[in-house]
Structure formats: C-alpha cells, structure tokens
Design a protein around this ligand. Structure first.
Ligand code: SAH
Length: 251
C-alpha cells in the first residue's frame, strides 16, 4: 500500500494525527526534501528506508513504490503542505493505477493556512472578500492564459500566490494592471510555521523591494488583499440580532 501524506507547512507537529501514525509504521518513506521539514523523519522507525525525492525522477519514485509493493511493505510519499496543491501527485497516482498498486491520500495543512495563522489573518471577511484565489506566476510550468494574474486580479479578492517569490516585480505590475491599488495591503510569509519563519507586511506596489530588503526569494507565500487591512463588517453568524438554525436572536 502506498499513502500520499500532507506533511503540513513546516512545524513537525502540524502533520495530522493520521499522517503521523502512518509515518511511524512506514517501511519506506519518500519525502519531498526541498520543502518537507526533515524533523518529520524522526517519527519513522529505525528500519525505515528513506528517500529524498528532490534527487529523483518520477520514474525512480515509482520504481521504489513498485519494489515496496512487491516486498509487501507500506510506503509513505510525504509531500509538503497539502498534496493537492502543486504536489504533482496526479501523475504518480496514474502510474500506480496503471500498475495495479493501491494508494490512499491523507490531507495536510497547506502553507496558505500556515501563513494565515502566522499573520493571525482571516481571508474571508464580510464586505471585504468572500473568495480566496490560490494561484502562481508561470515558471517552467506554464499557467493557462485565461488564468493570467491580471485577469484574476480584476476580482480584487483575497489572493495567495505560491511559487512566485522570485518574480515580484512582474507580479506587482500584473496585480496593479488587473485592478488592485498599489497601496493594497500585502504580506510575504517566508517559511510559515518553521522556526525561522519571517513575516513582512507591505503593499502590492512594494512587494519586490520588501522581499529584497528581507533577502526573501524562495519558500514564501505572497498574500494580497484588503483582508490584510483594518476595515470589515461583523459576521451575521454571531450577530445578536440574527437568528439561525442553532440560535434565536437576542431580543
Ligand atoms: N503543497 C504545498 C505547496 C507546494 S508548492 C502546500 O500546500 O503548501 C511550493 C510553494 O509553496 C513554495 O514555493 C511556497 O510558495 C509555498 N510554501 C510551501 N511551504 C511554505 C511555507 N512554510 N511558508 C511559505 N510558503 C510556503
């Protein structure tokens, strides 16, 4: 059996209980060494074979899983954050299906959640934004034309940008071209929930300078939107004058 597990954003105690239990019993672990906290490997048993996928091709990863299956071992594929976001798990799952190998997926805390916690922020504020866009600038992986940043920016929603912290001049340009004011609040969260986490509060127009001043060019999320500002409306859910399924309005 192969299990894809979300390792969480960094801190070793932010993996799920289920993920940790599976790590503790795994015979083989293939972890994404570029971003997964190696401290998580301390949960594995002494005899566990460990592979760093940063040094491997897809074919090599699958070959390790296939061998594990032949030897009736339990294999954990450990991905950073939640595996469904920029995890490249689909291609692995499809190759396992072709080979008749069973697998399951255990979710993880994505870095966009870790970053919000670090900032003590809420993405979905009444009268500010009820939408969070998760996206990225194109790199070696292209982004479909219809999802180009300036098009997404026209919504002026809350936005979390992955894999983009080395492209901030162009990112700012596109965000402003799309509709955000240059002074819209923004934040750069480097290594959210890691011991060396760094938070830089800035605005859309200053992203590049702010990152440069703080020597940040990787392992960071860029968060953009008025949810980082001070204005919002109270929720209806906890409004004393509002009744709902579980509570009568206070008269
Ligand atoms: N599956 C992961 C994302 C992998 S893509 C998740 O759910 O978080 C890798 C990108 O994620 C990095 O370039 C960076 O933008 C972001 N990232 C991952 N971990 C991070 C962290 N602890 N703090 C800030 N950004 C992080």
């Amino acid at each position: 059996m192969v299990t894809f597990i979300g390792a969480g954003p960094g801190a070793v105690d932010l993996i799920t209980v289920r993920g940790k239990t599976l790590l503790e019993t795994a015979d083989i672990v293939i972890y994404a060494g570029s971003l997964v906290n190696p401290g998580l490997l301390d949960y594995t048993k002494k005899t566990c074979e460990i592979f760093n996928s940063a040094e491997m091709t897809l074919e090599q990863v699958i070959a390790v899983m296939e061998r594990g299956e032949r030897e009736q071992k339990s294999t954990v594929r450990l991905h950073t954050g939640d595996p469904s976001i920029y995890g490249a798990i689909r291609e692995q799952m499809d190759m396992l299906i072709e080979r008749g190998i069973e697998y399951t997926v255990v979710p993880g805390v994505s870095s966009f959640c870790g970053a919000a916690a670090a900032l003590k922020a809420e993405y979905t504020l009444p009268d500010v934004s009820q939408t969070l866009i998760l996206t990225r600038m194109e790199g070696r992986t292209p982004v479909p034309e219809r999802e180009e940043i300036s098009k997404l920016a026209s919504h002026k929603s809350s936005m979390a940008l992955f894999l983009s912290s080395s492209l901030l001049e162009e990112l700012s340009r596109r965000l402003v071209a799309g509709g955000y004011e240059a002074n819209t609040p923004a934040a750069i969260v480097y290594k959210a929930t890691w011991p060396d986490e760094k938070i830089v509060r800035t605005c859309v127009g200053e992203l590049y300078t702010a990152a440069k001043e703080n020597n940040i060019n990787k392992t960071a999320l860029i968060l953009v939107g008025d949810f980082l500002g001070s204005e919002y409306s109270r929720s209806k859910l906890y409004d004393p004058t509002f009744s709902h399924e579980f509570r009568e309005a206070v008269k």
